[in-house]
Design a protein. Structure first.
Length: 376
């Protein structure tokens, strides 16, 4: 390759990485802004390539190249700061569970699986559940077809909440543990549910479980991230205000390093077990380079981590993921020190976002109802 062509290609790549990073700082909810929060790993990799490539030609730099290199270095440092906490180089936010005798280790195995409504490989999930034996199974995008297929596991899961929908937002909850007063709520949009329930652990302790699957910002679904952000923040605020011991899980259609998810953690006080461990990139199954974590679990400080693992594909565009937690209330005080804390701006922004989300949700609900009438 002509060295001059390589030189200009590296500069173009450096400019693109810097531009995309700065673009993501715009204070807008539009999908074409918020979308750049997702591929931070990929942007960082491209940024490193551009950074090394520019260094190869540093004797030829003029003022423009020096300025570009400085801007690239700053934006690359930002991307690295967003991504690094989800590696072993960072301090663990949730400590590893202590080894205890079987009778004293109160563990909870929770599997989350976005099944992809058109996916017909239902038996793959059934077999995976039978093999892994989670205490809790949360399925997303599940419709009547999936509900029928999952009847096979119901003898082992006496407690269920079923919300079969054909709009890609169906949701099912299967539990071996007692569900207390479970409710299906439509927090922002009239046809996008969430499940809220109390859950009695094996040792008798009662906690809260929240299962969410908000609408993503994208050109095909929601023009803005407003309802998604508001739903997550509304639940986080509720958890904090009622001092709940809670687990929140689901496909949040957001990444852990987004400004909304990080604010949710500060507002709720819940911990992210992936911090200080590794990425759990669950989407997209078919494109290894274009993967990021959309399926999440956050929990109160009284839980430690036994294991987090991405499970084999079941034919969906998401990998299932299973997290095993251990109830260790004696560690709560120490672990709470690792929880990010909310500042005055977080509380103000959360309240504003919830109100914006409610207004946007009314608008989207009307659009969905109108579309349904036309299809009907």
């Amino acid at each position: 390759m002509d060295l001059s062509l390589l030189y200009y290609s590296v500069q173009w790549l450096a400019g693109l990485v810097a531009f995309v990073t700065i673009w993501g700082w715009l204070p807008l909810d539009n999908w074409w802004v918020r979308g750049v929060e997702f591929p931070r790993i990929q942007i960082m990799v491209l940024g490193v390539i551009a950074w090394v490539g520019m260094l190869m030609f540093w004797p030829d730099w003029q003022l423009g190249q020096w300025l570009l290199f400085v801007v690239l270095s700053l934006t690359l440092a930002f991307q690295l700061r967003m991504v690094l906490p989800y590696t072993k180089l960072w301090k663990k936010e949730v400590q590893q569970a202590k080894s205890k005798p079987a009778g004293q280790a109160h563990q909870l195995k929770l599997m989350v699986s976005n099944v992809l409504t058109p996916n017909d490989h239902t038996q793959k999930l059934v077999e995976l559940v039978k093999q892994k034996q989670p205490d809790i199974l949360i399925t997303l995008e599940s419709d009547k077809k999936w509900e029928k297929a999952l009847e096979q596991i119901e003898p082992d899961y006496p407690y269920t909440v079923k919300v079969p929908l054909d709009n890609l937002y169906g949701m099912h909850l299967y539990s071996k543990l007692e569900l207390i007063d479970p409710e299906v709520k439509y927090l922002m949009i009239d046809d996008i549910p969430s499940i809220h329930s109390q859950l009695r652990l094996k040792n008798g302790q009662v906690i809260w479980l929240y299962c969410l699957h908000p609408m993503p910002p994208s050109p095909t679904e929601a023009d803005k991230s407003t309802t998604r952000d508001a739903e997550l923040l509304m639940v986080g605020k509720h958890i904090k205000e009622h001092d709940q011991t809670a687990i929140l899980a689901g496909d949040l259609n957001d990444v852990a390093w987004s400004k909304t998810t990080r604010r949710f953690q500060r507002i709720s006080g819940l911990l992210d077990p992936r911090i200080g461990r590794h990425f759990i990139n669950t989407f997209h199954v078919n494109y290894p380079f274009l993967r990021w974590a959309l399926d999440h679990i956050f929990h109160s400080a009284c839980f430690t981590v036994v294991d987090i693992q991405r499970l084999p594909s079941i034919g969906s565009d998401h990998f299932p993921v299973m997290t095993t937690l251990q109830y260790e209330p004696e560690e709560a005080e120490q672990q709470q020190k690792n929880a990010p804390t909310a500042e005055a701006d977080d509380i103000k922004e959360t309240d504003n976002k919830i109100e914006e989300g409610k207004e946007e949700g009314k608008k989207v609900s009307k659009e969905h109802a109108k579309k349904q009438q036309l299809l009907g």
